[in-house]
Design a protein around this ligand. Sequence first.
Ligand code: HEM
Length: 228
Amino acid sequence: MVNEKYVKRHTKGFVYLHWINAICFFMLFLTALPLYADTFGFLYQIFGAKTLQYGHRFFAVLFVLNPIIGLITAREGIWRMFSEIFKFNGKDITFLIKFPLELIGKHPDMPKQGFYNGGERMNIAFQLAAWAVLVVSGALLWFGDGFIDNSIRAWMIPVHSLCAAISFAGAIGHIYLAVVVNPDSVHGMQDGTVKMDYASAHHGEWIEELEREEEHRDTQEGKEALEF
Ligand code: HEM
C-alpha cells in the first residue's frame, strides 16, 4: 500500500539471496587472504591450510548455487535487477554527477530515481559481471587441469585475484553507502520494507509507479463492482 508508513520493496527470498551472497563473498575472500599476504598467515595457524582450502571450495559451491536457487525463490528480485541494468539513462548520469555533493552533506536537486538509482544500477552490473568472472576463472583453476592449456589456466590466477580485489573494494563502497549514507535502506534488507518517506525521497519514480498501479487497480475494482 502506497500511503502506509512502510512500503514493500524486496521479497523475503531476495533478502535471503542477498545475505547468503554477502556471507559467501566475504568467506571466499577471508579463506583466500593468506595466499596473498603473509600478514594473514595467522589464519593458517588458527584454522590450518587444508580447512581454509576446503572452506574456500565449500563457499564457492554455495556462491554458484545461491543465484541458481534464487531463480526459483527470488525470481522477481533477480528479474528486476537484470531489467534495471538496461534502464540506465540520462537521469542516472545526472544523478551520478551530483551524487558526490550528497556525500559531503549538500542537498543538490536530484532527478527522481526509479526502483534502483544510477549507482545501484552500476553496482548490479558490476557485481553480476564479477560473479561470472570469479566463477569461470575459479572453475578453470579447480577443474581445468587436463581440459585446457596450462598457459591459459595460469592466466586465471591473476584474473581471479584481480577480480576478487576489485569486487572487494566495490563491496566496501556498497556497504558504506548502505550503512552510513542511507541507513534507512538497510531495513529493506531485513524484513523487505522501507520507510515511505525514504522511498519517496530516494526512489520517487518507483513510488509514482506504485501509485499509478494502485489507482489502476482501484478503477478496475470500481468498474467490476458496478458491472456486478
Ligand atoms: C554488510 C554487508 C552489506 C550490507 C549492509 C548491504 C546492504 C544492502 C542494501 C540495503 C541493499 C538494498 C538497496 C535498495 O533496496 O535500494 C543491497 C542491495 C544489493 N547488495 Fe548489498 N549489502 C551488503 C553486502 C553485499 C555484498 C558483499 C554484495 C556483493 C558481493 C552485495 C550486493 C548487492 C547487490 C548487487 C544489491 C542490489 C543493488 C544495489 O543496491 O546495489 N551486498 N545491499
